[in-house]
Design a protein around this ligand. Structure first.
Ligand SMILES: [Cu+2]
Length: 158
C-alpha cells in the first residue's frame, strides 16, 4: 500500500466511523433511579431519577411489575400547601439533565402490589416520545443516592 492509498483508507475509516456515530440512537441516560420504602396498606409510592437526554424528548410515562400503573406528577407549594398534580409529560431539553426528586417532579407508583422494602430492586420501563422504551432498575432506599437527605415524612396524599 502506498501512502496515498493508506491515507484514502484512513479517511474512509474516519468517514465510516462518523456515519456510524451519527446513527447511534439518541437514548436518554437515566441515573440514580430510586423509590422510597412504603408501609403495608400504602397504595402509592414516589419514584425518583435523573434523566439526561442528548436530544430534545419527552417522558410520557412508565410501567413496572410492582405497581398497577405509573403516573407523572409535579409538586408545587401553593400558599402553605404542597400540591401534587398529574402531568401529561415531562419535557427533556437536549443535553440538560432533568431531576425527578422529592418535592418536585416525580414518578408516582400507583396501586402498589406489595410494600416496597428498603434494599429491594425492581425494573421500571420508561416511555419516551422519541427514544421509545428504556428499562432501568430502581433501588428502594430511604435516601437519594449520593447521600443527600430528602425531606422527612414523605406524606403523599392524592
Ligand atoms: Cu405524587
Amino acid at each position: 500500500m502506498n501512502l496515498k492509498t493508506r491515507l484514502a483508507a484512513a479517511a474512509l475509516l474516519v468517514a465510516t466511523t462518523a456515519t456510524a456515530w451519527a446513527q447511534v440512537p439518541k437514548v436518554p441516560k437515566v441515573q440514580d433511579a430510586w423509590a422510597r420504602p412504603t408501609v403495608q396498606g400504602q397504595k402509592a409510592g414516589g419514584g425518583f431519577l435523573r434523566i439526561d437526554s442528548p436530544a430534545a424528548d419527552r417522558l410520557l410515562g412508565g410501567s413496572t411489575p410492582v405497581a398497577g400503573r405509573v403516573e407523572l406528577h409535579s409538586m408545587k407549594m401553593e400558599g402553605d400547601v404542597m400540591r401534587m398534580r398529574e402531568v401529561e409529560a415531562i419535557e427533556l431539553p437536549a443535553g440538560q439533565p432533568v431531576a425527578l426528586q422529592p418535592g418536585g417532579l416525580h414518578l408516582m407508583l400507583m396501586e402498589l402490589k406489595s410494600p416496597l422494602k428498603n434494599g429491594d430492586r425492581f425494573p421500571l420501563t420508561l416511555k419516551f416520545e422519541k427514544a421509545g422504551e428504556l428499562q432501568v432498575e430502581v433501588q428502594v432506599r430511604t435516601q437519594a443516592p449520593g447521600g443527600a437527605a430528602t425531606p422527612a415524612g414523605g406524606v403523599h396524599k392524592h
